[in-house]
Design a protein around this ligand. Structure first.
Ligand code: PXG
Length: 293
């Protein structure tokens, strides 16, 4: 059965799921997106992802031609049309078709695209043994240029950092902001554990308002752990007891080596392990049900 892709209210076969070459999402990266997971017949944190999508759109003055409820229903409909209970949703809203010229006023109608598919996960060994990452030269964009809180179709800043990680043979890149504080990784938020307390950079350091980040903070507080959001430096990372990354694709990935230095004892830590268990518990019960059978 060919995959069905939602485009502007219609479910189309994958081979027919096309948009215009004059779409400003393609021409200028003018648009916003979301990456959402399905777990156990539910769309995880759907409401939160849709809310963030609408905030991203509002921040770039892009008016999405559907209500948030209609967008949630369209996500459920796309999962159902593809018979998916587990997997990944990529939701894209572009400025739409316009003229060659970057003025968004030339784009009368935004394009809404929903792809529901399976997901390529990190290998289990990464969760067991931990990941090796490094800080890279490309700095995170200024909050006053394209704010990293906007999940926009402009991901070149992250892609450049990712290329730098690839060039030195590590799996993720830590991006610092122009002041030298830790911002985030290319597609994940960053946490460290020090003396049983959790620290993650503030959003003002140039991080995305991560939904996995929020979920992990909630899990930590429910377990009685303290969580703080101070500015963090590489020193804080190098001297941490534990480190992990959070993201929709990664869930929670332990980090055991940064810039060639071992974090803690070089093994995934106990607090990370307990939090991952709690996080996976939340994925079993949270979210909108796909099939009511
Ligand atoms: N920072 C950035 C820059 C991201 O793009 C996160 C942090 C984590 O946020 P969430 O809400 O997912 O916990 C992201 C999320 C992909 C892909 O296909 C990217 C993300 C999520 C899912 C898939 O590259 N980025």
């Amino acid at each position: 059965m060919p995959m069905k892709v939602y485009i502007d209210g219609q479910l189309r076969d994958e081979s027919d799921a096309t948009i215009s070459v004059f779409d400003h999402g393609l021409l200028y990266g003018d648009g916003v997106f979301e990456g959402i997971r399905m777990y156990h017949n539910r769309i995880f944190k759907l409401r939160e992802h849709i809310e963030r999508l609408y905030w991203s759109a509002k921040a770039i003055l892009l008016e999405i031609p559907m209500t948030q409820q209609q967008m949630m229903d369209a996500c459920l409909e796309t999962c159902r049309a593809n018979g998916l209970r587990e997997g990944y949703i990529r939701l894209i809203v572009t400025r739409g078709k316009g003229t060659l010229g970057l003025d968004p006023r030339r784009c009368p109608k935004p394009s809404v695209i929903i792809i529901a598919a399976t997901i390529q996960l990190y290998p289990e060994s990464v969760y067991r043994d931990g990941m090796t990452i490094a800080t890279v030269p490309t700095t995170r964009m200024l909050v006053n240029s394209v704010n990293p809180a906007i999940k926009s179709l402009n991901y070149l800043n992250n892609i450049l950092a990712r290329i730098e990680a690839n060039l030195i043979g590590v799996e993720e890149a830590i991006m610092l902001n122009t002041e030298g504080y830790v911002a985030e990784c290319t597609g994940d938020n960053i946490f460290i554990v020090q003396k049983g307390k959790l620290y993650t950079p503030p959003l003002s350091a140039g991080a995305l308002y991560g939904i996995t980040r929020n979920t992990v903070i909630d899990c930590a507080r429910a377990m009685g752990l303290e969580v703080a959001e101070p500015n963090l430096t590489r020193y804080d990372i190098y001297t941490a007891d534990e480190m992990f990354l959070t993201g929709t694709a990664a869930e929670m990935v332990p980090v055991v080596k940064v810039d060639g230095r071992l974090i803690g004892d070089g093994k995934p830590g106990p607090v990370t392990g307990r939090l991952l268990e709690a996080f996976r518990g939340v994925t079993r019960h949270d979210g909108e049900v796909i099939f009511r059978d």
